[in-house]
Design a protein around this ligand. Sequence first.
Ligand code: HT9
Ligand code: FE2
Length: 371
Amino acid sequence: MTDKHLEPFDAVVLMSFGGPEKDADVLPFLQNVTAGRGIPDERLVEVGEHYYGFGGRSPINDQNRALLAALEQEMAERGLRTPIVWGNRNWEPYLTDAARALAQDSGSARLLAIDTSAYSSYSSCRQYREDFAGTVRALADEGLSVEFDKIRQYYNHPGFAQAELACVREGLDQLEQLTGGLDAQRQRILYVTHSIPEAMETASQKRTAGYEAQHRQLIDWVTGELGERAVLESELVFCSRSGAPHVPWSEPDVNDRMEELSEQGVTGVVLVPMGFVSDHMEVKFDLDTEARETAQRLGMDFVRAGTVGVRPQFVAGLVDLLEERAAQVRGDDVDAPAVTAEGPLVPGSGACAIDCCLGAVERPTHPTWAV
Ligand SMILES: CC1=C(CCC(=O)O)c2cc3nc(cc4[nH]c(cc5[nH]c(cc1n2)c(C)c5CCC(=O)O)c(CCC(=O)O)c4C)C(CCC(=O)O)=C3C
Ligand SMILES: [Fe+2]
């Protein structure tokens, strides 16, 4: 096979949230996450307990190690020789350290980033671009020149969408096995994503369909693909709200909705964590622990569907997106497939422009796409 490179990039960076690895990491990690964000202390204590309950170790880092290895393998199989590294916002390995290591030899590096979040919002897109800006500045102070670009938000890329569809199909199979058959009257699919503040939702609508609407578009696509298997009604619910009680966040909460549905005679649910690419702490605690307890209390049949994780369609889709972005930056003609009406959210276009997902506070982002 001939060697290929993702020209003009020197390396790929898998960019994620980061998480603690042991008890002693939990507090400093939470301080990193919440610096200046106005999260009530009670909420921090509560979230700290979630991590201590899992030995102080977030599942997210091992999941990123697995994703990194899967991406490496997929790139190698395509003959792509561009190196790939991993960097985080809130814990080691930090993005700035990963970028420094890449730039140290030649004094500069041009990096193409994958973020581990699929939808458009400040938390899931723009904030990562602020991190890039922070790294660019920090390394400039050290005399190193780094530049970032990123792949598009991929909630409607066929790779992610097909992998999500596979998760839903498996979840339905499990509920069917558990209860002896799917029952349109008494069972529901609950698609779950991370709740965000209403102001963040509004900001996400500036240049795209918006965070919530993107989830709904993908749900509609999945429902269509399920065909005759689309027996159960489905809806979108939220988890992991963390703001002060008087600040509005996306609703309904998954537990509240399960209570309501139970009162209406629903006896079984499949939870599909479509807002998370792997089984993060939110999935392990808020769904596998808390929502499962809610189901037990209500006497409901409960299935938690998988996340896309390292499913081959998802991993191959991410590498397709690397090739797509590199081609766009080179100015080559390239197909940008998408399964929903919004179409591909091309970086640098309106979908991910300088004011995309910008809320009340403006902090510098990188790349500083002007359009
Ligand atoms: C949309 C979204 C995603 C999905 C997109 C993406 O993946 O990026 C996401 C991911 C994650 N969030 C995570 C952890 C936390 N998020 C917090 C706080 C917040 N999240 C928010 C939103 C999101 N968060 C928001 C609006 C806040 C309020 C404060 C703020 O505006 O920043 C807090 C503070 C305590 C609390 O209040 O919960 C923690 C500890 C972890 C790691 C989990 C692990 O360890 O496995 C992951 C992957
Ligand atoms: Fe979060």
